[in-house]
Design a protein around this ligand. Structure first.
Ligand SMILES: N[C@@H](CCC(=O)N[C@@H](CS)C(=O)NCC(=O)O)C(=O)O
Length: 202
């Protein structure tokens, strides 16, 4: 059985939902209940997945490990559909996720209010610009790379859920809103989210 270190509603929710989609049993351990978590990940961040003797950090690496190991429809097996899907995962996890990381850092660690507000406005504008990239890529499709839900879609929906915790709105386009609504209705995602909600908001 896998062990997933998580925080409720954090990017680890995407991994949790993927594990459910794959039908894989998982032992969930909340990061803050683990006093020696930095032994597992010196960076202190979730997700961390334990698979037997293997400890994997970094969300994208965890996703690829799981999707290569188990039969699934979340990641095409080869060719340009796979390349597109990998690009979407990396964009979501390395570019859009990092933009939120910057925003959360500014919220928590810039003590001077005027400096913080200016930096937050800039971080927010960058996130909205990235969502416009998402919106154009989705176009009329239900999900980012086609009719089939993918791992990148799970990540995007997790990020969109963070908007409820912010003191200002983040505008995403109509295509992105449709994508997110589709993920929120998806049974594996819905179940993972409900299970984590029992632990409270992020
Ligand atoms: N590059 C890392 C980033 C992970 C990350 O930023 N995780 C956040 C939650 S989404 C975290 O654990 N932050 C530490 C904290 O909230 O204390 C990955 O993709 O796994």
């Amino acid at each position: 059985m896998y062990t997933l270190y998580y925080l409720p509603g954090a990017s680890s929710l995407a991994i949790h939902a993927v594990l459910r989609e794959l039908g894989q049993p998982v032992h969930l351990v909340e990061r803050d209940s683990t006093y020696d978590f930095t032994d597992l990940n010196p960076v202190g961040a979730v997700p961390v997945l334990v698979d037997g003797d293997l400890v994997i950090r970094e969300g994208a690496a965890i996703l690829l490990h799981l999707l290569d190991k188990h039969d699934n429809t979340l990641l095409p097996k080869s060719g340009s559909p796979r390349a597109r899907a990998l690009e979407s995962i990396m964009f979501a996890n390395a570019t859009l996720h990092a933009a939120y990381g910057r925003l959360f850092f500014l919220q928590g660690y810039v003590p001077d209010p005027p400096a913080r507000e200016a930096a937050l406005a800039d971080a927010r504008a960058w996130i909205e610009r990235l969502w416009r990239v998402v919106d154009r890529r989705v176009g009329v499709k239900p999900f980012i790379d086609g009719p089939q839900i993918s791992a990148a879609d799970f990540l995007l929906a997790v990020f969109a859920l963070w908007h409820d915790t912010l003191p200002f709105p983040i505008r995403i386009g109509a295509n992105s809103e449709r994508l997110v609504a589709g993920v929120l209705r998806h049974p594996a995602f819905e179940q993972a989210r409900a299970a984590e909600a029992a632990d409270g908001p992020r």
